[in-house]
Design a protein around this ligand. Structure first.
Ligand SMILES: Cc1cc2nc3c(=O)[nH]c(=O)nc-3n(C[C@H](O)[C@H](O)[C@H](O)COP(=O)(O)OP(=O)(O)OC[C@H]3O[C@@H](n4cnc5c(N)ncnc54)[C@H](O)[C@@H]3O)c2cc1C
Ligand code: SF4
Length: 559
């Protein structure tokens, strides 16, 4: 029977990409000077996204300009209302790139909560935890536990002190292009009603033009995707993603070790694992990450995290404590073979997660993001000094990334995540052999398909999952509340929905979205767009995410 025509209890198959609308290039790419803008500002360098990548780029550029007594007008656009509010990570941080960005500072000066002193890797069954030897890729000696929100606020202060202009609450909605050159961005309008009509507080979009635009939008960047598609820049494998759902807990019982787990509650035909890190002995970050190539359409990462909190390993810490913050974000997981062949062009560079600089076996991206920002800044600085911001000088950024530890590290683990596409056990054996052979086994490249092309099994009437108790387990609505999301209810829908989405696919979206944005009501898809926390999972598997009014979305504090 066809995927859309199954009856209750019957199974069917669906390929999500069939219901996904194309990237809205007509909105994401505009000719420079297109009508509709309010103000216009001109900068030397415009950075989109105040995450670790974007802020490191701004800081290194300002350092270079100061050293040479030059003057560079740098602007950083950030869609969150305040710095760090849209940033979410684990996080255990490798300090290497911080040391390069701030050679005069010591590790103790960086905004880390503390060094990793003990670590444990465990394999979980539904009731038990078996300690495993820590795989070499997961060793964290010398690394630090941190909150990405805190790191970003600290980097923002340093950038501000160096004269960088920060514009928070301003999402870049479109790339402004001039021939093949990127000339800047247009921001999103604010103060529109649900139908897109201006309200009394309407603010027209602004145009910001620059000699170089650095795209540091993080995971699944919309403008980065648009540029790559427009310029037909490909990668050896398509980029693939995982969704991470995370909670911060104040606990009664202290934790003194970082914990990673494999196995339950992630099904064996999916790839994923959990982490528990102490920010303070009694303040714990807990998260579950699952690859978006999972096969069972009823899988729900938020729900699996709630099941996890009841497991004795976690419960012993969480019982009697309080869940104080909740959030979600995707991670680019494709690794070496999914990095775009070119991350630079005429007037543009792409940094950090937007370029896919993440090493999944070690769950690390922050120091790669920072390093890519540093290397981009050096190439931009050299180009500006030579009076040339065209593709030729900016290609030095690609060359320096290729020669750096970023691509060396990604090359070493190039097939590890990909090995898990055939399930946990086969993947585990292959990953162990890859570790033993320093990445040489099995040789070559394991080909992947985009997450949207992976066939899903639908079961109509599948179990609704856990019933939250508000103590150890929480609903998606509770989660969105704890994310600090207070987006205006009357905002226009920023999600581009495909045509004729069957009920079974709508149910798949409802399970996939950790924030409860999608619901099936009276046999149709209902969209609660203001709930969205910008995790971007939807953009990978379903309706397209587009930038919306500045300041919308979560307000993370310690994620
Ligand atoms: C659950 C989870 C756990 C992780 N654990 C770890 C870990 O333990 N250690 C580690 O090193 N890495 C970890 N990572 C990965 C790491 O967080 C990322 O690699 C890193 O944050 C990437 O930095 P970035 O600057 O590229 O992007 P981001 O940190 O995502 O920053 C991008 C910024 O751009 C802004 N932005 C996006 N689009 C626009 C727009 N159109 N206009 C204006 N602003 C925009 C966003 O709001 C955001 O502030 C984890 C990731 C997740 C999701
Ligand atoms: S609608 Fe928003 S919160 Fe839900 S999956 Fe998509 S990006 Fe994430």
């Amino acid at each position: 029977m066809d995927e859309t025509g199954k009856g209750k209890g019957e199974t069917g198959k669906v390929i999500p990409a069939r219901y996904q609308p194309p990237l809205p290039l007509d909105r994401l790419l505009l000719p420079v000077g297109a009508p509709g803008a309010g103000d216009h500002m001109e900068l030397d360098v415009l950075i989109v996204g105040a995450g670790p990548a974007g802020l490191a780029c701004a800081i290194e550029l300002a350092h270079l300009a100061r050293r040479e007594h030059g003057d560079v007008n740098i602007g950083v656009l950030e869609k969150a209302e305040a710095l760090g509010e849209h940033c979410l990570s684990g996080a255990v941080v490798n300090p290497r790139a911080f040391r390069e960005l701030f050679p005069d500072l010591k590790d103790a000066d960086f905004p880390f909560r503390g060094p990793v002193t003990k670590e444990r890797v465990a394999f979980l069954t539904s009731r038990r935890a078996f300690t495993l030897p820590t795989p070499p890729t997961m060793h964290n000696a010398g690394n630090y536990v941190a909150s990405l929100c805190e790191i970003v606020r600290w980097l923002g202060e340093r950038a501000g002190a160096l004269g960088v202009n920060g514009f928070t609450g301003f999402p870049a909605a479109s790339l402004l292009v001039d021939g093949r050159r990127v000339a800047g961005v247009r921001t999103a309008a604010a103060g529109l009603d649900r139908e897109g009509r201006p309200l009394s507080n309407y603010m027209a979009p602004n145009d910001l033009t620059a000699k170089v635009t650095a795209l540091a939008e993080g995971t699944r960047g919309s403008l980065s995707q648009a540029w790559l598609e427009w310029q037909a820049v490909t990668s050896e494998n398509p980029q693939i993603y995982a969704l991470g759902v995370k909670e911060i807990w104040e606990t009664k019982r202290p934790l003194d070790t970082i914990v990673h787990t494999l196995g339950w509650p992630v099904p064996t035909d999916a790839f994923g694992g959990s982490f528990m890190y102490p920010l303070e002995p009694n303040l714990v970050a807990l998260g579950l990450v699952v690859g978006l190539d999972y096969r069972n359409a009823a899988l729900d990462v938020h729900d699996l995290l709630q099941q996890m909190t009841l497991h004795p390993l976690f419960r012993q810490y969480l019982e009697g404590g309080e869940m104080v913050e909740w959030g979600a974000k995707t991670i680019p997981e494709g690794g070496y073979y999914a990095v775009p062949a070119r991350r630079s062009g005429d007037g543009v560079v792409i940094l950090g997660d937007s370029a896919g600089f993440v090493d999944v076996p070690s769950l690390k991206g922050i120091h790669y993001a920072i390093q890519s920002g540093i290397l981009a800044a050096r190439a931009i600085h050299a180009g500006l000094k030579a009076g040339d911001a065209s593709a030729a000088p900016l290609a030095e950024y690609d060359r320096s990334v290729n020669a750096s530890f970023i691509m060396k590290d990604l090359f070493r683990t190039r097939n590890m995540r990909l090995a898990f596409k055939d399930g946990f056990y086969a993947g585990g054996v292959k990953a162990a052999l890859m570790t033993l052979t320093g990445g040489r086994f099995p040789g070559g490249k394991i080909p992947m398909e985009p997450d949207g092309e992976v066939e899903r099994t639908l079961t109509s009437g599948a179990s609704p999952g856990i019933t939250p108790d508000g103590r150890l387990t929480f609903s998606k609505v509770d989660g969105v509340f704890k994310s600090g999301n207070a987006t205006r209810d009357t905002i226009p829908v920023h999600l581009v929905i495909g045509k004729d989405v069957p009920v079974a696919v709508a149910e798949f979206y409802a399970r996939m979205c950790p924030a409860g944005v999608y619901e099936v009501a009276q046999g149709a898809l209902r969209v609660n767009a203001p709930n969205c926390v910008d995790c971007k999972a939807t953009d990978v598997l379903g309706p397209r995410w587009t930038p919306r009014e500045g300041g919308s979305g979560p307000k993370y504090k310690r994620m």
